[in-house]
Ligand binder design. Structure first.
Ligand code: SAH
Ligand code: TYD
Ligand code: ZN
Length: 403
């Protein structure tokens, strides 16, 4: 049943039993892993693409949530620019107030805090919330929903802007979020959020964007219909080149703004592509099977030839790739990552060890499988010497190839 409208959900892919994507495992606690069924479908009634099973939110977002938004220089720059844009477009009145849902380590809000703008982050994961505080950001350690929004309103007054990046798609209880927005936003306040775009996921066969935390896969069409249900309207939309392709939506209360030309243009494009039709999902499913067989084929071949292969980026995305494709330590020796909290742990389900990125050069392997493909430019520039020493990168988005 659709989590937005209660309509029937047509499944288009089942990845089977999967571990929590960000639950890196202590080597002496491998028997305590939690698994769930990862299947995805589209609502035949409102067109919202979503997971069929929901993982309880505190299993994923807690004190030890290991994802740090500031881990990428490129993303730090993206959020600095975003802060500038938000403050020019939405925070021009006297003493404006902005709330961010899922501020993580403060990667965006710290810029607004530095400008002296009244702000508040809402972040349930205690560890990253503390990192944000160390950056001068004010944070409430809790989930944004109807009840917390009412408390924020009482304590701080109405918000001119509520912003959220890579978080709204993590929240199955959208109705509660929209009620909270309706409570908290000033009459002409705006809700701006950005998340991975289903259009890009289908086009690039980036099936690794599908995992426990990513509950929804938005399109302008499905966001517009959900917003309307909850008394809001999409007034602007913008494509973003980050994380493999995202959309940034600007919403206002219905009747408080008029949709700009970009909304109609992208809706028409989605219609033209048949986004949401069974044919498009069938093609995606075939693409996923092709990537699985080519990637495992290549890794087995390299292994048979005696090559050393490691992974780069212990991403949440890689949990889907390794577990769905059946890639374990017999094909990939280990994965390197900059995040200290992931070091010395095993990747969820596959149990491939995670090491610091410094390990890469000790000595360089023959091949590196780029799990953090959305950061390809930044990582390949940083690891230029690997390539110069004769090493080769392996990519699997949009198709399996050696770079
Ligand atoms: N905005 C950051 C973080 C994205 S990770 C970025 O774009 O990089 C998603 C974050 O959402 C996590 O830090 C998680 O703890 C948080 N989150 C999950 N559910 C939430 C909710 N209901 N309210 C606020 N934050 C939430
Ligand atoms: P990311 O692709 O942003 O997200 P997700 O976990 O949601 O799939 O994760 C990037 C991971 O790659 C993160 O664990 C940090 C790591 N990383 C590096 O190790 N080196 C780098 O230069 C960059 C940019 C990321
Ligand atoms: Zn629906």
């Amino acid at each position: 049943m659709c989590r937005v409208c209660g309509g029937p959900v047509r499944q288009f892919f089942d990845f089977g039993r999967q571990p929590l994507s960000d639950a890196f495992v202590d080597p002496d606690r491998v028997d305590e892993e939690y698994f769930y069924r990862l299947a995805v479908g589209i609502c035949e009634s409102c067109g919202m693409t979503q997971l069929l099973d929901e993982v309880a939110r505190d299993r994923m977002f807690h004190e030890a949530y290991p994802y740090h938004s500031s881990g990428s220089v490129h993303m730090r720059r993206h959020f600095e620019q975003t802060a500038g844009r938000l403050s020019r477009d939405h925070l021009r009145g006297p003493d404006p107030f902005v709330v961010e849902i899922g501020c993580n380590d403060g990667v965006m809000l710290r810029s607004l805090a530095k400008e002296g703008i009244r702000h508040l982050g809402v972040e349930p994961s205690g560890g990253v919330a503390e990192l944000a505080r160390q950056q001068g950001v004010r944070v409430r350690t809790e989930f944004f929903e109807e009840a917390s929004a009412a408390e924020i309103l009482a304590a701080e007054g109405p918000a001119d802007l509520v912003y959220s990046a890579n978080t709204i798609c993590h929240i199955p209880y959208l109705e509660s979020v929209f009620r909270g927005l309706d409570t908290l936003l000033a009459p002409d306040g705006a809700f701006v959020f950005e998340d991975p775009y289903l259009g890009d996921i289908l086009e690039r066969t980036s099936f690794d964007q599908i995992y426990d935390e990513h509950f929804y896969f938005f399109t302008v069409g499905s966001v517009r219909s959900a917003a309307a249900r909850f008394g809001f309207e999409v007034v602007d939309v913008e494509r973003l080149p980050v994380h493999g392709g995202e959309l940034r939506y600007t919403l206002k209360r219905a009747g408080r703004g008029s949709p700009g030309p970009a909304v109609a243009a992208l809706l028409a494009e989605e219609d033209g592509r048949g986004l949401g039709t069974p044919e498009v999902f069938d093609a995606f499913a075939a693409g996923v099977e092709r990537v699985r067989s080519e990637l495992t084929g290549l890794l087995k071949e390299l292994r048979a030839d005696g090559k050393r292969v490691v992974g780069y980026g212990a991403t949440a995305k890689s949990a889907t790739v390794t577990n769905f494709c059946g890639i374990g330590p017999e094909l990939i020796d280990w994965v390197c990552d900059v995040t200290p909290a992931k070091h010395g742990k095993l990747m969820p389900g596959s149990h491939i060890p995670v090491r610091p990125t410094e390990s890469l050069a000790e000595p360089y392997p023959d091949y590196v499988l780029l799990f953090a493909w959305n950061h390809a430019e930044e990582i390949m520039a940083k690891e230029r010497l690997f390539r110069e020493s004769g090493g080769r990168w392996i990519a699997y988005v949009p198709e399996v190839r050696i770079l």
